[in-house]
Design a protein around this ligand. Structure first.
Ligand SMILES: Nc1ncnc2c1ncn2[C@@H]1O[C@H](COP(=O)(O)OP(=O)(O)OP(=O)(O)O)[C@@H](O)[C@H]1O
Ligand SMILES: O=C(O)C[C@@H](O)[C@H](O)C(=O)CO
Length: 337
């Protein structure tokens, strides 16, 4: 039982996502785009809402048509938009994305003067964090002020009010002035966090000691490959005080790493990949759904894997999140929890 009024609030970026209509085409040959919405915290909020979770998004938009487009979509999806301020001096952001399966998903951010980076401490106060069961914070939202201190503040308020803090490590390399600044910031916020979620790349980035660990492939500058000792990095993140670190492992599903040093693998669901973008966000929404049901971590991760597998077969992120019925039917048909 809980005395909280709402379930989940996610905090961070939002955008219009312009996805190539020419699947498999090289970026230079793209002829047209579909207009969807995106931004990892937005995608997670929509994924949660589709599963029936009472969800709010704390982001900001500019006083422009793109902002209206984003908020209109969220309202239709049943995501609570009351705590989304309009920042007059900033712009709603855009992302342009190519789809070249199986392994090239080029993505260009248009985030100069991004409205969501302007979310500040007053906006956090207006969002009523103590009323929620879970606050999901996002790595990229800490790349600049005022959204960095607003994120730290939101986590602090959550800690004081029995709201569980989940950190999506989400590392978008080109959004940081120095790759090392990302890790320094993550390690500073982790003591306020109960559960962190990240890919191996993100976990290595959060513990990076030398920028020569980073390799940019296929000009995918927002999501580079990062080398290093993953087991050492997992240990380092667990030593910050978090209870659990969830490692997302693509087609192999996820692993649950606990502070007692144990690791449990949770198998994924085999599917044919169309577009991997948004899989991590879908995973997070299924996982949060499971936590809110009081399920154990294994079952919550299986739910996350089902949402992730669904989205990799689709050509977008938020617009293609599964409903509860779709996920449960998919799990039942594919071996159960
Ligand atoms: N090829 C796949 N087949 C089945 N499930 C997948 C596949 N790729 C990803 N998933 C599911 O989606 C989850 C997240 O994917 P991944 O590990 O690639 O995270 P990510 O890099 O954060 O994703 P994103 O592309 O959204 O940034 C995985 O843990 C898994 O559950
Ligand atoms: O914000 C991003 O990371 C790009 C998004 O617009 C897209 O929705 C996505 O890739 C989410 O992980």
């Amino acid at each position: 039982m809980t005395n909280k009024k709402y379930d989940v609030i996610t905090f961070g970026r939002s955008s219009i996502d312009l996805y190539s209509q020419n699947i498999g085409s090289a970026f230079n040959d793209i002829k047209g785009f579909d207009a969807f919405v995106g931004g990892s915290p937005l995608n997670i909020a929509v994924g949660c809402a589709r599963l029936g979770v009472n969800t709010s998004l704390l982001t900001a938009v500019g006083n422009d048509k793109v902002g209206e487009f984003i908020v209109n979509f969220l309202n239709k999806e049943g995501v609570n938009t009351q705590c989304i301020p309009v920042k007059d001096s900033a712009r709603s952001s855009a992302v342009v994305l190519g789809i070249e399966p199986p392994d090239k998903f080029p993505l260009v951010f248009y985030r100069d003067n991004a409205a969501d980076s302007e979310v500040d401490i007053d906006d956090v106060d207006r969002a009523n964090i103590p009323e929620y069961r879970i606050l999901l914070i996002n790595g990229t939202a800490m790349n600049r002020e005022p959204s960095r201190s607003a994120t730290f503040y939101a986590a602090e308020v959550a800690n004081q009010n029995k709201v569980d803090v989940v950190l999506d490590l989400d590392f978008r390399a080109d959004q940081w002035h120095d790759y090392r600044a990302y890790g320094i910031t993550m390690r500073a916020v982790l003591p306020k966090v109960k559960i962190a979620i990240g890919t191996e790349e993100e976990i290595l980035a959060a513990t990076m000691v030398n920028t020569s660990q980073v390799t940019i492939k296929h000009q995918q500058i927002s999501a580079p490959e990062i080398s290093g000792d993953i087991n050492e990095s997992i240990k380092r993140l667990l030593a910050t005080g978090i209870e659990t670190l969830i490692v997302k492992r693509g087609k192999d599903g996820a692993s649950i790493c606990r502070k007692d040093g144990s690791m449990q693998d949770v198998p994924g669901f085999p599917v044919e990949v169309l577009n991997i973008l948004g899989a991590g966000d879908a995973f997070a929404s299924g996982f949060l759904y499971g936590l809110l049901q009081g399920w154990d971590m294994y079952k919550a991760c299986r739910m996350g894997n089902a949402s992730g597998a669904h989205v990799v077969t689709q050509k977008g992120c938020a617009n293609f999140m599964p409903t509860l019925e779709q996920s449960l039917t998919f799990i039942e048909k594919n071996g159960g929890f």
